[in-house]
Design a protein around this ligand. Structure first.
Ligand code: CU
Length: 175
């Protein structure tokens, strides 16, 4: 009888451990609810992809200009703005887009999208695969997303007006 009790206790302990993990993940959807303001990036609250940190600053360059990924790989890109210039004149974001024959119309739409922090709306928005928020000095933001399944080169850049032209851009190579 004591042996059975011990076995039963161990079984319960094992079940307890088994149950703790789902309980932890269950809190994620509830955590998302209060931050409804970031509705454009619902996955941003769960950063379980391969972590890559990119630093931007007043020189308008990314510290990482080339990222390699497997098709469909989950990535968590964190952009950190270590510049000191105020956001209204030197904001930075990280925007990954689908291949397009000419990026200029997208950039023009982005530069005009002042009210949406230089993220273009409408048909141009459909070309965005992932994007962080626009960051001021010492701000950071992480976006978690799944890399495209189609091998290829996917451009990323900062959509703050003029920063692409200065060289605040890079490429995600899938495959
Ligand atoms: Cu920028």
């Amino acid at each position: 009888m004591p042996r059975y009790t011990t076995y039963f206790a161990l079984t319960l302990a094992a079940l307890g451990v088994g149950c703790s993990s789902p309980a932890t993940t269950d809190t994620s959807p509830r955590d998302k609810a209060p931050s409804a303001s970031s509705a454009t990036t619902p996955a941003a609250t769960v950063h379980d992809g391969r972590a890559i940190e990119i630093v931007g600053n007043d020189t308008m360059k990314f510290s990482v200009t080339e990222i390699s990924a497997k098709p469909g790989e989950k990535l968590s890109i964190t952009l950190v703005n270590l510049g000191t210039t105020p956001k209204f004149s030197m904001g930075h974001n990280w925007v990954l887009v689908l291949p397009m024959p000419d990026v200029q119309p997208f950039l023009t739409a982005a530069a005009e999208a002042v009210t949406t922090e230089y993220v273009p709306q409408g048909t141009q928005k459909d070309r965005i695969l992932a994007a962080t928020k626009l960051l001021g000095p010492n701000e950071r933001d992480t976006v978690t997303f799944t890399a495209p399944t189609a091998p290829g080169r996917y451009d990323f850049f900062c959509t703050y007006p003029g920063h692409y032209q200065v060289g605040m851009r890079g490429v995600l190579i899938v495959g």
